[in-house]
Structures are given as structure tokens and as C-alpha cells.
Design a binder for this molecule. Structure first.
Ligand SMILES: Nc1ncnc2c1ncn2[C@@H]1O[C@H](COP(=O)(O)OP(=O)(O)OP(=O)(O)O)[C@@H](O)[C@H]1O
Ligand SMILES: [Mg+2]
Length: 224
């Protein structure tokens, strides 16, 4: 069917929360959807609850198993660091070409479903020693959802990330603000961003809630 890359202004901004919410909403609507979080740092195999693969598998209605974990997150690292640094701590290397090749294979296989691929960290966080998430998104040539938190500073981070994606020819379907525990009022942040981003839908997910129709609407054209 199609694939969407989920990226963000940084780490811990809500990429997985937004992706899991989308998966639940799409499944409830009878849509076939699959998640892929190829590279995960800070992963403890003895305490996987709450990890990105665990959250995404649960939202997908897939039981936890070693095979399911390997399928959704083939590159797992223990240190809560950027992927190349976390890999280095384990005497391993991460090759962006391998990550991109795996994504291409999965996109080709996902003919009958929407594939949601979550990156790691922010738009220009390192993927390997010479490439960032931006190279990853740009190589896949699939549209993105750009996720940010609602913290002070998010407007600058969002505008910068949007500019970076577009400068590499990456289509931004929508920006999604996932409301943080504190920070400036969400509605004001949305209004400010809408003034600066008049050609990209600016949407928001309130704390503890699922994606509103505007977020789902931004990916609706991909579902046909
Ligand atoms: N709208 C929201 N409502 C409630 N909790 C949220 C919301 N957005 C994010 N969170 C919570 O904030 C924390 C960080 O979010 P999340 O794990 O989705 O970030 P991330 O961008 O995927 O991080 P990473 O870079 O590690 O992949 C999680 O505990 C998540 O449940
Ligand atoms: Mg995540």
C-alpha cells in the first residue's frame, strides 16, 4: 500500500506514542497497518516493557516473542545513546545501507498494508558514522510525519526540522505536536506553527489521547 517515515525534533518527543496511536486508530477502522522500528537504543532485553518495540507490537495486537521482536526491531542496543555510539559500546557497527535496504525490502512486501517506520532520535541524529536520519528518510523517498513535543523551544525545532526534510526532497505530510506533561499551552503553540507553516498541516495530540481526525486525515490519501 504505502509507507510513512515517523521522525521528530529529537528523542522522547512522542514518535512512538503517535505511531502507536495511529496504529490503534487505523486498526479500529479496519485498516491493515504494520510498524517497523528498525534501530532502537536503550533496549534492555530483560525489561522490554515500555520499549518502543513493545509499545508498537502491543498497539499492533502482536504477542511479544523473540521472533516478533527481531522482525520489528532487528538492531537493538543497550546503551541509551545515539545508534552509532550505542553500537560502538558493544563492539558492533551500524551500517546505514543495511538499515535502508531492510526498509526497502519491507516496503516492497507491505503491498496490502500501511507500513509505519519510526526513525530514532531527531531528524539529524546520527544513524551511522557518516549518515543521519535525514539521509535515511531521503533515501527511502517516502513521506514523513514530523513529531515534536510541546515544550518551550518546539517551534524553532519544528521549523528547522521541516526545513531540513524539505531541503532533501522529503515530503512532510503533517507535523504532529504530542502534548508534553508541561510547557506552553498547546493551542498557542499550534497557532504559532500554523502561521509559519502555511503549506503543511499542523496537528496535535493531547496528553493521554489518541490521534484526532486531522492526524488521520493527513495519511488518508495513502490508504486508498
Ligand atoms: N500525547 C502524549 N500523551 C501522553 N504521554 C505521551 C504523549 N506523548 C508522549 N508521551 C510519553 O512521553 C514519553 C516519550 O514518548 P515516546 O516514547 O513516544 O518518544 P519518542 O520520540 O518515540 O522517543 P525515542 O527517541 O526514544 O524513540 C513516553 O513515555 C510516552 O508515552
Ligand atoms: Mg520512540
Amino acid at each position: 500500500m504505502a509507507a510513512v517515515f515517523i521522525t521528530g525534533t529529537g528523542t522522547d518527543v512522542g514518535k512512538t506514542y503517535v505511531t502507536a496511536g495511529l496504529i490503534r486508530a487505523l486498526r479500529a477502522d479496519g485498516r491493515a497497518v504494520e510498524a517497523l522500528k528498525p534501530v532502537v537504543s536503550g533496549f534492555d532485553p530483560h525489561a522490554p516493557d515500555g520499549s518502543d518495540p513493545a509499545v508498537l507490537l502491543k498497539a499492533s495486537g502482536i504477542a511479544w516473542s523473540p521472533e516478533a521482536l527481531e522482525h520489528i526491531s532487528p538492531w537493538r542496543f543497550a546503551a541509551p545513546l545515539s545508534p552509532p555510539l550505542a553500537a560502538q559500546r558493544e563492539g558492533r557497527t551500524l551500517d546505514s545501507a543495511e538499515v535502508i535496504a531492510l526498509c526497502r525490502d519491507r516496503i516492497a512486501l507491505a503491498r496490502d498494508r500501511l507500513l509505519l517506520i519510526e526513525g530514532a532520535g531527531g531528524v539529524m541524529s546520527p544513524l551511522d558514522d557518516n549518515h543521519t536520519m535525514l539521509d535515511w528518510a531521503g533515501s527511502l523517498k517516502i513521506p514523513t510525519l514530523l513529531v515534536a513535543g510541546s515544550y518551550l523551544g518546539t517551534v524553532s525545532h519544528m521549523l528547522t526540522a521541516n526545513l531540513a526534510l524539505r531541503s532533501c526532497g522529503v515530503e512532510v505530510l503533517a507535523v504532529v505536536i504530542s502534548e508534553g506533561a508541561d510547557g506552553p499551552p498547546l493551542d498557542e503553540t499550534v497557532q504559532i506553527l500554523r502561521r509559519f507553516l502555511d503549506d503543511v498541516p499542523v496537528t496535535a495530540i493531547r496528553r493521554g489521547e489518541g490521534p484526532p481526525v486531522e492526524v488521520l486525515g493527513s495519511i488518508a490519501p495513502l490508504l486508498d
